[in-house]
Design a protein around this ligand. Sequence first.
Ligand SMILES: *Cc1c(COP(=O)(O)O)cnc(C)c1O
Length: 398
Amino acid sequence: MSDPDTGGRPNLIRRTAFPTSVSRAVVTPLQPSVVYSSPDPDALDDQYEGRARGYTYGREGHPNADVLAQMIDRLEGGQGGIITGSGMSAVTATLLGLLGQGDHIVGGNQLYGRSLRMLTQDLPRWGITSTLADPTDVAAMAAAITPATKLLLVEVVSNPTLRIADMEGIERLARERGLILVVDNTFTTPVGFPAFSRGADVVIHSVTKLLAGHSDVTLGYVLTREAGHRKAIYDTNVTLGLTPSPWDCWMAERGMYTFDMRFERAQANAAALADLIAEHDAVETVLYPGRRDHPDHNRAGALLNGQWGNMVSFRLRGGRASANALTRAAPGLAFAPTLGDVGTTLSHPASSSHRALTREGRAALGITEGFFRVSVGCEPFELLRQDFTAALDAARPG
Ligand SMILES: *Cc1c(COP(=O)(O)O)cnc(C)c1O
């Protein structure tokens, strides 16, 4: 086939056809196209009216987001999950999609910091109010419900003190009172707590964390039980432009292939590390749901199916000076306020996630200057033993 006559100018604009191949690529193709062309307006009608399946515009959906959504759907046991540009955009699309002026939320009092900020500072500007309550105490959650309450927002494991919410009680409360139960399942993952199968109406993940697992993409996910909820959240996501890039979805898909192996390894490391930390004389308290001395150990045992998680928190006997000494003595442990990376990261809530609180506010949660949260990664445990021993030796007070 010869090129049409272009009057002597090179034909670079018309796209060259993608080569055909009888063999198929094993890896999911990355599809960055923002626009999709349909054969004619009737075909476009068919797409928009649901008689034919096809993509139209990148913000409204694309194949790489759908592949990733289906992988997380399988883990949660649902269908039709929505990928969003970050965990916070999943929270935003859910709350703005499902609620309107005059509605009220009852939220856990130790939610992720930005979620707390949204409930207490941002949503009130749009006429949506909240009351925060302790999710380990279902009576406290019930007492916070008002006639305007429409939705409960909880996380199973609190950040950073790793308390376990009374999920059975909260699920029953939501049913009895006709409230939408939204569970941010980021810390637990669907392997630790299959929130959707356990009765959540809406499940949120920050895919950025354990699911993608390599600290190189920011993405979120929302799964709903009711089609009406899905449509409201999908439309809000698309209208507010909270949607994800194909590249990020492709990267997250790549990370997801090893999610269950990473999580298994990280949890085994976390259990061993919690015991190691607990025995060190620089440490006042260690918090790990798998240990018998954790205040919610029995509830964690009933809810988490032996998946105690990869998060360990501890309180040093010393204060800020000991905290500084600890991070400096362990350069191999990334001091970074995130979680779920393939490697171990340390966070210090008093100087990061909880810095906006007063000292008294932090003290009420047990967060001292010597408090650390560890997101345990997949290193050989011997490396963690060496790093933490050196770090804790340096953190002895005095
Ligand atoms: C990190 C996190 C979020 C926010 O996710 P981003 O991807 O950082 O926007 C929400 N909830 C929890 C529990 C988180 O840990």
